[in-house]
Ligand binder design. Structure first.
Ligand code: GLC
Length: 634
């Protein structure tokens, strides 16, 4: 395996005067002054974290200087608009904390291309969206590309989606509308036809050191011993033999996605430099894709290693220099217990990511729905720490990936279910194979009938909207869908909607699935936008208007109630009914979520009168006056 020892020295600038100092001397005074101050604050953190990863040596000192130089260069290249935005956000670090509502979509499926997204801004505004995550829109691998996550070029817009100019116009238009654009940045791997991989294949040893290569089958076997598999059915194993390299390249995901070797500091330098340049296109948040996998350690599952957090904190320090108005979001689909370090609450405490997906909460809400019991949610909430100031949980009901059940294994084991029976049952329930299931989803990467991995399907298909035959069935399905959104909008600092869920959009059609030909079951919940359904939101009493308007209402409440600030305290109410999850935000808001199909009366405090929740109903109450709470939404 390639290690730091086998990599070349980093290039040195003139030792007496780092290049960035002469760059600052030549820069406009106002920027130079601000940048010197930012560097003064961040340099020691940066050095400390990189020494922890790469050891105390002169190469690390050179690395730090090269990174600062890249940050200075990027910052000096920022447009005046973005430079001013950074200054404003530095002065108001909680700018993203109140009333945040997110939306995520594939560019082509939502709007054809980037210009089409510009046309959707009014729609997003009407829904209350403040944050738009567009799934990968930079140049992807030719051929299969994992929905764009096999990135062939970090900085070139995919020609099928538009041009650099389209992206700039879009970011400007979104900013005007008060919506921040979030872009994926895939840190863990590149496509096999990315320039670095091509050079490695052509024999360039500098670039061979950018990847994790195992030279023998024994070496592969030693690593595989403790590694889990992400796509066990369609991409088994974690290594792929490359004839040109006469070696096995580490490929955690698909064989065409080559993991980068962060033990080589040049990889960190090149990746971060690219990210800072991308920020200058007007990107206001980065989704750090697969971030838990960056550091490999023999004998472990090579996930969430301490070095990952040192690298992320070094990355944050650099962003604080180059573009402090930009948010970092950890996509670490890991058990709750592993998440606090992504907020900088781990061994090396400090600033890390502003946002992290709460995937356990998401998966647990689906289990609770299948079981009509809130116990697993309670257990997840009990493990969920308060986020540090300035950070927020990203909550969601569905996204472009499967509902991954594995994140809940530790929670179930703690509850005595060592065989994960409850997950197997939930998976069968949502695949629609359990008796009395209303769901129309499908199991993902679960060929062995008792193995459990993930579930695919759009929220409305999983909550029974498309198997409903009667008005009552339809009402129930709508209520289930809204219950899950109600919890996501209550719990998260940033609730994220997946395209179409605000209208109850159906699964991808069979014809379309056949046309896409791909083997990836996640296509089931990657349908095209449906304009007719969108228009139906204006028809009073329609399913679409019921879902859409409730979501609009929740988005509105998040803007007006101070307790929805992203870093507010969210605690579990202990006295709720077993089938009801009770949560409290700060002192004045409570949310009650009935996961059962029966009416439940409950008292959430001694002094309060009882509250009635019908089947699958949720209520948000303001309890500033706890004798006479006000119902905010029900
Ligand atoms: C992330 C993405 C997922 C992709 C994987 C590999 O988990 O959300 O869609 O397959 O990374 O890039």
């Amino acid at each position: 395996m390639t290690t730091l020892e086998s990599t070349d020295l980093l290039s040195h600038s003139d030792e007496n005067l780092p290049v960035w100092r002469s760059q600052l001397n030549a820069a406009p005074q106002s920027r130079a002054h601000v940048l010197s101050e930012r560097i003064r604050k961040q340099e020691s953190v940066l050095t400390d974290r990189l020494v922890k990863v790469y050891g105390q040596n002169s190469r690390v000192q050179a690395l730090v200087q090269d990174l600062i130089q890249a940050a200075v260069q990027a910052s000096l290249a920022r447009s005046e608009d973005l430079w001013q935005l950074d200054l404003h956000r530095q002065a108001h670090p909680d700018w993203h904390q109140q009333g945040a509502v997110g939306y995520t979509a594939y560019v082509d499926q939502f709007a054809g291309n980037l210009q089409g997204i510009t046309q959707k801004i009014e729609y997003l505004k009407s829904l209350g969206v403040t944050y738009l995550h567009l799934l990968p829109f930079f140049k992807a691998a030719a051929g299969p590309n994992d929905g764009g996550f096999a990135v062939a070029h970090f900085e070139e817009v995919a020609p099928t989606l538009g041009t650099q100019e389209d992206l700039l116009q879009l970011t400007q238009a979104l900013r005007k509308a008060g919506i921040s654009l979030c872009s994926d940045f895939v840190l863990n791997h590149v496509a096999q036809d990315h320039d670095w991989a091509l050079k490695a294949k052509a024999g360039d040893t500098r670039y061979q050191n950018y990847f994790c290569l195992a030279k023998t089958p024994e070496e592969v076997a030693a690593w595989e011993k403790t590694l889990p598999q992400i796509f066990p059915d369609t991409a088994p194993g974690n290594f792929t033999f490359q004839r040109e390299l006469n070696a096995w390249v580490w490929t955690t995901f698909y064989p065409y996605q080559w993991d980068l070797n962060y033990a080589n500091p040049k990889v960190f330098l090149d990746v971060v430099s690219a990210m800072m340049r991308v920020a200058n296109m007007g990107i206001e948040a980065f989704r750090l894709d697969s971030t838990g996998f960056l550091w490999k350690r023999l004998g472990t599952n090579s996930q969430n290693q301490p070095e990952v957090h040192c690298l992320l904190q070094a990355l944050r320090a650099l962003m604080e220099i180059a573009c402090p108005g930009v948010l970092l979001k950890a996509e670490a689909i890991m058990p709750t217990q592993q998440l606090p370090p992504y907020f900088g609450l781990g061994e090396s405490s400090g600033l890390e990511c502003h946002l992290a997906y709460h995937s356990s909460l998401m998966a647990a809400s689906w289990v609770a729905l299948a079981e009509q019991d809130a116990s697993i949610l309670r257990s997840v909430m009990a493990q969920t720490p308060k986020v540090p100031e300035g950070c927020s949980w990203l909550s969601y009901v569905r996204c472009h990936d499967d509902i991954g059940w594995n994140v809940l294994k530790p929670d179930l084991e703690a509850l005595g279910d060592t065989k994960h029976e409850r997950l197997i049952e939930a998976s069968q329930f949502f695949a629609g194979v359990s008796p009395n299931s209303y769901a129309q989803g499908a199991a993902f990467q679960t060929t062995h009938t008792r193995a459990v991995h993930g579930t695919n399907g759009m929220a409305a298909a999983l909550t029974g909207l498309y198997s409903a035959h009667t008005t009552e069935d339809i009402d129930r399905a709508v209520d289930r869908l809204l219950l899950l959104q109600g919890l996501s909008f209550f719990m998260g600092g940033l609730p994220l909607l997946y395209m179409g869920d605000e209208l109850g959009l159906a699964n991808t059609t069979q014809e379309e699935l056949v046309a896409r030909k791909g083997p990836d079951g996640r296509e089931l919940h990657r349908p095209y936008w449906n304009e007719d359904k969108a228009n139906s939101r204006h028809v009073k009493g329609s399913i679409e208007s019921r879902i859409f308007s409730k979501i609009q209402q929740m988005a509105q409440l998040r803007k007006t109630q101070a307790a929805f600030k992203g870093d507010a305290d969210v605690t579990l109410l202990s006295n709720a009914h077993p089938q009801v999850l009770g949560l409290q935000r700060n002192h004045d808001l409570i949310g009650l979520f009935n996961f059962s199909n029966t009416t439940i009366d409950l008292k959430f405090s001694e002094s309060a009168s009882s509250v009635r929740l019908s089947a699958y109903q949720f209520k948000w109450l303001n309890i500033a006056n706890d004798v006479a709470p006000t119902v905010l939404i029900d």
